[in-house]
Design a protein around this ligand. Structure first.
Ligand code: SF4
Length: 237
C-alpha cells in the first residue's frame, strides 16, 4: 500500500492537536510552538505596535532612553514639549541640563537620563553628522544606549531586524511559554532568535509586550482567557 506524502495542512492539524493534548505531557517542541504563538498573537493583537510616540529615529531614541523604569504613557506625556524645544540632536546637544531635567523630571532618574540624552545628542552630532546611526555597533556606544534600546530603534525606526527587544514582559512571557529558561535578557534574546523568522522580530516584541500587559500579567496571568493556554507549560486553568 502506498503512503501519500502529508501536506502542510495535515502537519498543522497535527501540531494543533498535539498542542491541545494534556499539558506538560505532549507539548510540541519550542520551535513548533513558536510558529503557533506568533500566528495566534498576530490574530489576537492586530494593532500591536511600538507604544512610544515618535516620528523619526531621533525621537524614538530619546523616548526609549526616557522609558527606563517608566511607563510608555508617562514618556508620551513628556516628549511633545521636549521635541518641540529640541527638534533634533543639534538642539539637544546644546541644551542646558537644568532645562532638560525640569522637562523630564516626572519620568524618574531624571539627572541620569538628562546626562544620557545630552551625551547621546552630542555624540550623534560629533560622530555621525547629526544622523542617528543604523547599526547595532554604532548605536551601542552612544551614552545611555544598550542593546535593548538599539534593538528598539533599529527595528521600529529603520525596519532593521538586528535582534529582539527583550523587556520585562517579553522575558516573563517567553519563560512562561517555555521558549527560554534564561533570566538574562541577552541570553533570552539568543534563545528566541532561532525560533522566529527574522522579519518578524520587531513585531514579535510588540506582540509579547501586548500579551504581557493584557493577558499574561506578572502577578495574575489570565490563563482562562489566553489564546496560548493549550501550548503553555505554565498555564493554570
Ligand atoms: S497560559 Fe497563562 S501563563 Fe501561559 S502564556 Fe497564557 S496567560 Fe501566560
Amino acid at each position: 500500500m502506498s503512503v501519500r506524502p502529508r501536506g502542510r495542512k495535515a502537519a498543522a492539524r497535527d501540531l494543533a492537536t498535539a498542542t491541545r493534548a494534556p499539558r506538560r505531557t505532549r507539548l510540541a517542541p519550542p520551535a513548533e510552538r513558536a510558529k503557533v504563538v506568533l500566528r495566534r498573537l498576530k490574530r489576537r493583537f492586530p494593532d500591536a505596535r511600538c507604544a512610544l510616540d515618535h516620528e523619526d529615529a531621533y525621537q524614538l531614541l530619546v523616548a526609549t532612553i526616557l522609558s527606563a523604569q517608566c511607563t510608555d504613557a508617562r514618556v508620551n506625556m513628556v516628549t511633545p514639549e521636549l521635541f518641540a524645544r529640541y527638534p533634533g540632536p543639534a538642539e539637544l546637544a546644546r541644551a542646558m541640563p537644568s532645562d532638560v531635567e525640569e522637562m523630564i523630571r516626572s519620568t524618574g532618574f531624571f539627572r541620569n537620563k538628562t546626562r544620557s540624552l545630552i551625551g547621546m545628542a552630542q555624540a550623534v552630532v560629533a560622530d555621525h553628522g547629526g544622523e542617528v546611526p543604523r547599526t547595532m555597533e554604532r548605536l551601542r556606544v552612544l551614552p545611555g544606549v544598550g542593546r535593548k534600546t538599539a534593538n528598539v530603534v533599529l527595528g521600529n525606526a529603520y525596519g532593521i531586524n538586528e535582534g529582539i527587544t527583550v523587556d520585562t514582559h517579553v522575558a516573563r512571557v517567553s519563560r512562561r511559554l517555555g521558549l527560554t529558561d534564561q533570566e538574562d535578557p541577552v541570553k533570552i534574546e539568543r534563545n528566541l532568535m532561532p525560533l522566529f523568522p527574522r522579519k518578524e522580530w520587531a513585531l514579535l516584541s510588540h506582540l509579547l509586550i501586548f500579551h504581557g500587559r493584557q493577558i499574561c500579567l506578572a502577578r495574575r496571568p489570565r490563563c482562562g482567557e489566553c489564546p496560548l493556554s493549550d501550548l503553555c507549560p505554565s498555564a493554570a486553568l
